[in-house]
Design a protein around this ligand. Sequence first.
Ligand SMILES: [Zn+2]
Ligand SMILES: [Zn+2]
Length: 233
Amino acid sequence: MSLIDFFYPKRCPVCLDALPPGKQLICAPCVRKVRRVAGPVCYLCGRPLSDENEEYCRSCRRRRPSFVKCMAYAEYSSPAMRRMIAEVKYHGDCQLLDYPCLDFAKRKADEVRGYGIEALIPVPVHKERLLIRGYNQAEEIADRLSAVWKIPVDAGYLCRVKRTAAQKELTDTERMTNLFDAFRLSGEPGRYGAVILVDDIYTTGSTLESCTRVLMRAGVKRVFGAVLLTGRN
Ligand SMILES: [Zn+2]
Ligand SMILES: [Zn+2]
């Protein structure tokens, strides 16, 4: 056992118990408890569909997103995954992302290979928040996906210029207004033709939509999304 394993044992992302030292990233019985997105999903935003006869969810039918499509790993309704994201966000335990990101990356590897992606772009956080927290959870996820997909991460291509009010209490229209102008290009325009935006959670899709618009104005032809958790529509 290394000293690092002794003082900071890796924890299981589902039950949060310490794992035995070694390569294991989740306890065996917990693998079954991850509520992965399965079954019919919206062809655009990747959320599980409540009506499986539809191709798109209600919100994508109402307002078609600018991104090509979004891939999602697990359901936000899974209490374990929600707790895991909170541990990452508020207690800085980024190692909990190892298993879900690796599992997600492997499951989507073939699909992603077909898209000709040049870079993974994490949804940026405001630099003040980055100073306080020390890391951006979207970038932590992107780094882990990058290791499997062998696609470089460009964390400096977009920046967040506005600290946005908490999105939860807002209506859809208010969210878009809230996010309008929140993101800017900070890299050189025309650098990429196809990218994947990476974020932790997809709720209404307005964050991904705002970033996609900035990227498309910068000449990106095809923007995809990859998120760890997503809601049901
Ligand atoms: Zn466990
Ligand atoms: Zn949708």
